[in-house]
Write a protein of this length. Structure first.
Length: 263
């Protein structure tokens, strides 16, 4: 299959298929899904760390060489900064809703605020997914096997993220069918981001190692600032042990995939 088609397919898997898979959790009894979902978060944390430190960053260093070390540092800093700003915007989009002027707002006014909040969630998701597509395209342009590893890491962290967003859209007043359709539609932004990045980076292949470092910074930020703080809220020995095992399993999965790709 041509490289461009691989990029499109994997960007769609990362952005759209993960949303479809996440919706399956909504048909699982709440008591069961509440126990299963945190395990996905732990595994996704390990997958992101492994992809960043065992796949993306080593490839970036190999591509840039010693002479590009300073530039890679700048790319890492830029990636951390961009993802910090994006997270701030997404948090604002998720929480932004005008405060009522009275303790008993009119029902239709409350509904409008809830619907506006749902639209902002969709905007935030689209931006996030577009950036995921950029990361996938950069990885594929460097090496096909690295592209697959990156797609796997993106999909792993998107599943629990999409479950939460689907619930937010339903709470905002969208029907389950419409919330599903819109959640899937935001995944198209991943494909769009991948297409733009594919053609932009092909014209500037010298920038590819720095794009990979940027991608590694994004994965590190999501894992360390986005996922791990939530895992730390549960500190009992049994839960902590399961979290460590699943994080190690996520890292090991990426390490095994990377080792196979180099054979």
């Amino acid at each position: 299959m041509p490289l461009f088609l691989w990029v499109i397919v994997c960007a769609a898997l990362g952005g759209i298929a993960s949303a479809a898979f996440a919706v399956a959790f909504l048909w699982v009894p709440e008591a069961h899904s509440a126990r299963i979902l945190p395990h996905f978060v732990s595994f996704a944390t390990g997958a992101l760390l492994g992809a960043a430190l065992l796949a993306l960053l080593p490839e970036a260093i190999e591509g840039a060489g010693v002479a590009g070390a300073h530039g890679l540092g700048i790319a890492l800093l830029a990636g951390l900064g961009v993802f910090f700003v994006i997270e701030k915007l997404v948090l604002w989009w998720h929480s932004h809703a005008p405060e009522p002027h009275s303790e008993a707002p009119l029902p239709h006014a409350h509904a409008h605020r809830e619907r506006a909040s749902g639209v902002l969630v969709l905007v935030g998701d689209s931006v996030h997914n577009a950036l995921d597509g950029v990361l996938i395209a950069a990885a594929f342009l460097n090496d096909v096997s690295l592209g697959f590893v990156t797609t796997f890491a993106v999909a792993a962290h998107e599943v629990p993220h999409r479950v939460g967003d689907f619930a937010l859209l339903v709470h905002a007043g969208f029907s389950r069918q419409r919330a599903l359709f819109l959640n899937l539609a935001t995944g198209l932004a991943s494909v769009l981001g991948a297409i733009v990045a594919f053609f932009a980076l092909r014209r500037a292949m010298g920038a590819l190692p720095y794009a990979l470092a940027f991608a590694a910074a994004g994965f590190l930020y999501i894992a360390l600032a986005g996922l791990i703080p939530g895992l730390q809220r549960r500190s009992d020995p049994r839960t902590s042990t399961i979290q460590v095992v699943l994080i190690v399993l996520g890292v090991a999965t990426i390490a095994a995939a990377e080792a196979l790709s180099r054979q």
